[in-house]
Design a protein around this ligand. Sequence first.
Ligand code: LIP
Length: 291
Amino acid sequence: MTRPADVADVHALRDLAERVAREAGHLVLEGRAAGVDVETTKTSPVDVVTAVDTASERLVREALHAARPQDGILGEELGHHEGPSGLTWVVDPIDGTVNFLYGIPAYAVSIAVVSGDPTVPGGWTPLAACVHAPAQGRTYTAARGAGAWREDSRGRVRLAVNEAPPLSRALVGTGFGYRAERRVGQGRVVAALLPQVRDIRRVGCASLDLCAVAAGELDGYYERGLQPWDLAGGALVALEAGAVVTGLRGAPAGEDLVLAGPADVVAALEGVLAPLGPDRDDEPGVVATAW
Ligand code: LIP
């Protein structure tokens, strides 16, 4: 049996994640400069994949496989390849694809390595990660037990979440799924939350939302519908910066719901959100009444 990575390994894993994310980021920026077309759609007509998403994931998979052939890889566009080591690389080749399509710089290559099963909420532990936003010139890295860091043109800083403000002064990030049915419930939930917080931000890139929590650019974040590749990298950056990253009522963070922020913000956010059912989709009948 192969032993899981020990603490000494996480630095090397983080360095590998960063090297590969930067290479992919270079390809992504060149792809944007060359012009972007929608290649196909997934869960709805607005859930797009570009040729650059696919090319970026190919590059990442090849580089990771060359460096660590025993590890599994789970990527957003090209699926799940299992490996015998017990570690899996979880890859979003462009998180924030719609921003990428429109030339809004909030998109990132997110690479995390986890032990356990990344497809099972709560069944995995992130060990090392890099979220690289090439158009912003910002690179976030984290290794389990070794902190979270952001590097940009001004240097490299260690990240720490904000001291928790009361919810009424909290800047809260969120996001919406691609399917209209799910968005109806998400709109109802955010409408109820909006009068109770400082303001809401919808940046359009979940991994960068989680990094923003880590960097104190958001006080809290919640979203329903995140997939492992949206979550794994940013979650480790947020955790290592002192955030709580969880689901509702003690459930693990996952597709049902992700809550992130300093513990007191998460508790306050959960208190307001829980009665609204943010972890379920509205019944079609309820939707008709609500609207
Ligand atoms: C997207 C996210 C976005 C979220 C969407 C989607 P993609 O990822 O990062 O913030 O709200 O539901 O998951 O599709 O651009 O990789």
